[in-house]
Design a protein around this ligand. Structure first.
Ligand code: 4AD
Ligand code: MG
Length: 447
């Protein structure tokens, strides 16, 4: 425990306050709310770890302490010292009887904190995102996000995967040329990466099982509730893995992540208002259906009047299609073997029907849609070169990638899980904008 040299008592956090019952401690934070009733003040403090109600009695503190707290404005920063007392009725089970207070910075009365307990529109809140993150619900989402990331890293680290960070500045497209953010690289055209996959394939040939975890970028002018221009992706890649191994890994990693969040962040899920019983069902095995079966479901759904338009075989699923398919299951559903024509250039064809790709999309339940996309990768040098040409990709930029099929090529595969899509689903959020501290969205780059 540290000591703040301006105060006498040891500094602690609200989360750890229970360890100090009966003791005098120092709490450093912000004023969340203030009620008063005559000679008593009831300030509520927050310090990032929790909320704590204080009691300030006029006849027990110096007059300047009482006046300072009485005049405190919302979100003013403050350091208080007081005695910790257990109280059944208090939110965290404890209160603090304030003895001293030092105001660090008072929010001006004539320019008050803009986010008040009254309702604000999303536009306004996003414009004030730098302050909005202080609200209880937003802070809870960020803690769940951190737990999802930790669970993801722990999952791969404990299974013999090596983290290999791919470059962010790249000379070529991974997921299609229409969605690249260009960058001037000393006079050469470069791009922000869409996926670390191609580089993970190279490191998988060096280390066997690897994963990359970093920011990725997509420039399509999309305004949907699932789309971010900049998002974080975890991408495992495994040498000698085939499609079934990829699906098993997806199922096990998602289950481990949800389990960890339920074990460690239950209170935050409650703050967010998540229906926790839905998450408790997320356990292997996950249903596996082929693209063909999924198309049949969609066409039957249309015949029953549950879907407006009839889905035509051969296309990729749109958000309403994914929502419909996933609504039929209580856990993530793995849709495999899409037509190669609607998927990326690097996917291995199905030997049973080469028009299909050995790929999988994992659709989260409750209408959340795709959270994972993955596949087995093309093994043949000749076929890969042909695909690169068919997709109009610059062969020169892919020379190194083709080398991987020339020097000890093996069957291999992996997938990418979008962190924000996972956060949206696990927290039960309507829109990905709340899943990352500062969302990058169409035409919006402030703050
Ligand atoms: O399906 P995608 O495009 O697959 C790839 O990038 C592969 N190279 C991954 C691999 O096999 N290593 O993207 C993977 C996941 C999606 O399932 C989704 O969760 C997320 O990344 N994602 C997005 N998340 C937020 N905003 C966007 N614009 C996203 N685009 C993809
Ligand atoms: Mg995809």
């Amino acid at each position: 425990m540290e000591t703040d040299d301006k105060t006498q008592a040891p500094v602690t956090t609200i989360r750890e306050i229970g360890q100090h019952e009966g003791q005098v401690v120092t709490i450093r934070g912000w004023l969340y709310n203030l009620r008063s009733s005559g000679k008593l003040l009831f300030p509520i403090f927050r310090d990032g770890s929790g909320l704590l109600q204080g009691v300030v009695a006029k006849n027990q503190v110096a007059p300047e302490v009482f006046e300072a707290i009485k005049g405190l404005t919302q979100e003013s920063s403050v350091i208080v010292e007081g005695k910790v007392r257990a109280d059944q009725r208090a939110p965290g089970g404890y209160e603090i009887d304030v003895q001293h207070a030092r105001v660090v910075q008072k929010v001006p009365e004539d320019d008050p904190y803009p986010i008040t307990p009254k309702e604000h529109g999303v536009e306004f809140l996003m414009e004030h995102r730098h302050l909005w993150v202080r609200s209880q619900r937003q802070a809870a989402i960020l803690r769940v996000r951190a737990a999802i990331i930790k669970a993801t890293r722990d999952f791969y680290d404990s299974r013999g995967f090596t983290l290999t960070d791919p470059p962010i500045l790249t000379p070529a497209a991974c997921e299609g040329t229409t969605t690249l953010f260009p960058v001037d690289y000393f006079g050469e055209e470069a791009y922000l990466t869409q996926s670390g996959q191609l580089y993970a394939e190279a490191t998988a040939m060096a280390l066997g099982k690897v994963y990359s975890f970093g920011p990725t970028f997509r420039a399509e002018k999309s305004k949907t509730r699932r789309h971010l221009m900049e998002f974080w992706m975890v991408e495992p890649e495994v040498a000698f893995a085939e499609l079934d191994d990829v699906m098993k890994l997806a199922e096990e990693s998602i289950s481990a992540i949800v389990k960890y969040v339920l074990e460690t962040r239950r209170a935050d899920l409650e703050t967010i208002g998540r229906d926790i019983s839905k998450l408790e069902k997320i356990q292997p095995p996950f249903p596996r259906i082929s693209y063909d079966e999924a198309v049949k479901m969609l066409q039957e759904g249309h015949a029953k009047g549950e879907l407006e338009t009839r889905f035509e075989y051969g296309g990729d699923f749109g958000a309403p299609d994914e929502t419909y398919i996933s609504s039929k299951f209580d856990r993530p559903v793995m849709v495999h073997r899409y037509p190669a024509a609607v998927k990326a250039f690097y996917m291995e064809p199905d030997p049973q029907d080469p028009k299909l790709a050995l790929c999988v999309d994992v659709l989260a339940p409750e209408g959340y849609g795709e959270i994972i996309g993955g596949s087995q990768r093309i093994g043949s040098y000749e076929l890969l070169r042909a695909r690169i040409r068919e997709h109009g990709l610059p062969e020169e930029a892919f020379r190194w990638y083709l080398d991987l099929r020339k020097f000890g090529g093996v069957p291999h595969g992996g997938f990418g899980m979008g962190v924000e899509r996972a956060v949206a689903w696990i927290c039960g959020l309507e829109h990905v904008r709340e899943t990352i501290p500062f969302a990058r969205m169409l035409y919006k780059i402030y703050p």
